[in-house]
Design a protein around this ligand. Structure first.
Ligand code: ADP
Length: 573
């Protein structure tokens, strides 16, 4: 445990009562509260003691598997015993390659509560990235869902996996299991294991790590401490962030292998909420079924997930829902409004990054701001990324400087954040210097304006901005407007070179199946919604917007394909 008490020098340091005119000096007074470590065994023990009857439900092919937090706690303690038997070192990294399931929740706690480090591998990364990550983190064992083994197994023989001693397979119903001595079966190991006591005294020890893919270079490792995870969990419980409570039934559609399932797995355990895990089936149909049958109150996922769910809501009873947190990429206003119109509940936008644990802001509307505003105006507020979370500081600065820009809702600059669950550096990576400022803030790589009310509005990624004649055009805002057109399924806007304006926007648009849309019709529609000089110089109709390994629009790929596209407006050609 860190000793936070002042050093003898600090205690003898004396405070002047500046400005009081009193010429006496007093020793600096310290608080007299207990120095209780903020570690995960506390959250685990709380669920074990207080909520053993609450359920954790996992969707499996053909139905659901149910058990209680009581069962979970027993199995998680046994898992601790398994890690001892496997000889995983103190502080050793144990990777998971798994869907959201009750078993994954056992690993989420069993690994860090025994002093090891949970390393969630993102199953959607390219194989070279996974190999790099496994080597870089020096994983000692990997726990993999049987249905995902086929994806991982071809990599196991590679040199990058030479540190990995065990592959432990969790049976989720489907997939071949090769006959190989490195493979062990999770259920067999648990059945034979002895439950262990959990204790972690040093709150600054690593609890978990995740690699963020970025768009160039190798992924970068973010290492969460017990303290950062506990504080982030407490934030998720606050009413103005996600407000997770014992009364909630939580469906984390956002993967546990990407950005900690936005803190929902930890928050559910801390609060004693019923959990509903979607397993491998993230189809809209399965999600609507789960929401309806399990009476889900909080369902969280990226915009693509909710685009798949929206058309399936007619005639379904999803009245149990109280919040639909959504982030990872901008939430189109039309999507949020679609939910509001169909089920009376708009989407709750949140913003964050792997580096920010990830919850950093959320889009609740302040009470007095809701008064007297039209639905359209409220939708505009919800389309922003929201207010910084408690304990998170945010600022926007002029690119490449530390000069803070005004919060006027218009001026844009690089968004920077700091706080107790925000990374201070990357794991063994000399690229840290580029991402953290000299005064200790994370450079997010997002471009934003902040309103006078404190609402963050992302306009771009620093590398995606379009600069036309020296003025910024927000590709995100253009995309939002284009995706508001009823005939548009997806749209991404990139900047392409232009002789006169240096860059102009090119819209790459996917039309909904069965619809027809012309460039003129789309530009007419946009004409009433954005400034004239923002209108894309051309519209390309494409079959699909290329996606990154984690399912976000890959503008890099679009730029590679169309970056030298000659715009009809470019007279130099
Ligand atoms: P990766 O880097 O692996 O894609 P992250 O989840 O860490 O994964 O990505 C973080 C980035 O995602 C943010 O910097 C931002 O650009 C984008 N993002 C997250 N939430 C939102 C949101 N609500 N609106 C717009 N962009 C978002």
């Amino acid at each position: 445990m860190p000793d936070l008490r002042p050093t003898p020098e600090e205690t003898s340091d004396e405070d002047t009562r500046a400005g009081t005119g009193v010429d006496t000096y007093a020793p600096r007074m310290q608080g007299l509260m207990q120095d209780y470590p903020l570690t995960l065994p506390h959250l685990f023990g709380r669920a074990e003691k207080l909520f053993p009857k609450k359920e954790v439900v996992t969707s499996v092919p053909g139905g659901v598997e149910r058990y209680t937090y009581g069962d979970w706690a027993d199995r998680t303690r046994r898992l601790g015993g398994v890690l001892d038997v496997l000889g995983v070192s103190d502080g050793g990294r144990v990777a998971t390659f798994a869907w959201n399931s009750a078993r994954h929740l056992e690993l989420y706690f069993g690994i860090p509560c025994t002093g090891r480090v949970l390393h969630t591998l993102n199953i959607r990364l390219f194989s070279e990235q996974i190999q790099y990550i496994v080597r870089h983190a020096e994983d000692e064992a990997i726990f993999v869902d049987r249905s995902l083994l086929a994806l991982l197994w071809p990599l196991v023989g590679s040199d990058d996996f030479k540190n990995v001693w065990h592959i432990v397979v969790m049976d989720d119903g489907k997939g071949d299991i090769p006959d190989d001595s490195r493979i062990l079966l999770y259920e067999d190991l648990l059945a034979e294991a002895t439950p262990v006591e959990f204790e972690v005294r040093d709150e600054n020890r690593a609890a978990a790590m995740a690699y963020t893919s970025g768009t160039t270079g190798n992924p970068k490792g973010v290492v969460y401490s017990h303290r950062s995870t506990v504080l982030h969990t407490m934030a998720a419980l606050t009413a103005d962030l996600l407000g997770v409570s014992e009364r909630d039934v939580i469906l984390p559609v956002v993967p546990m292998f990407h950005a900690n399932a936005w803190g929902l797995a930890h928050a559910a355990v801390a609060a004693g909420s019923k959990l509903v895990m979607p397993g491998a089936d993230l189809s809209g149909a399965n999600l609507v079924n789960l929401i309806e049958s399990e009476r889900v109150t909080v369902a969280a996922g990226v915009p693509t997930i909710w685009m798949g769910v929206l058309p399936l809501l007619d005639g379904r009873d999803v009245s149990s829902l109280r919040a639909i947190p959504c982030g990872g990429s901008a939430v189109p206003k039309a999507l949020s409004e679609g939910f509001r119109q169909k089920i009376g509940l708009p989407i709750l936008q949140a913003w964050g990054m792997t580096e920010t644990s990830p919850l950093a802001s959320s889009g609740h509307i302040k009470s007095y701001m809701a008064e007297g505003r039209t639905e359209e105006e409220l939708a505009d507020i919800r389309a922003m990324q929201g207010l910084p979370a408690p304990l998170v500081d945010a600022r926007i600065v002029e690119q490449g400087t530390l000069d803070e820009l005004p919060w006027d809702g218009e001026t844009t600059g690089e968004l920077q954040v700091r706080g107790p669950w925000i990374a201070s550096e990357y794991y063994r990576d000399d690229r840290s210097a580029e991402s953290f400022t000299d005064d200790g803030w994370l450079r997010t790589g997002d471009v934003a304006a902040i309103s006078d009310e404190g609402y963050i509005r992302l306009t771009d990624r620093t590398k995606d901005v379009i600069k036309s004649g020296g003025e910024w055009i927000s590709s995100v805002e253009l995309e939002n407007e284009i995706m508001g057109h009823p005939k548009v399924a997806e749209a991404a806007v990139i900047g392409v070179p232009h002789a006169k304006w240096s860059e102009r926007p090119l819209a790459c648009v996917v039309v909904r199946p069965g619809e027809e849309l012309s460039k003129e019709e789309l530009l007419d529609y946009l004409g009433t919604r954005v400034a004239k000089w923002w209108l894309p110089d051309d519209v390309l109709f494409i079959d699909e917007v290329p996606k990154t390994s984690v399912g976000k629009f890959s503008k890099k790929t679009l730029r590679e394909s169309y970056g030298s596209y000659v715009l009809p407006t470019d007279q130099s050609s």
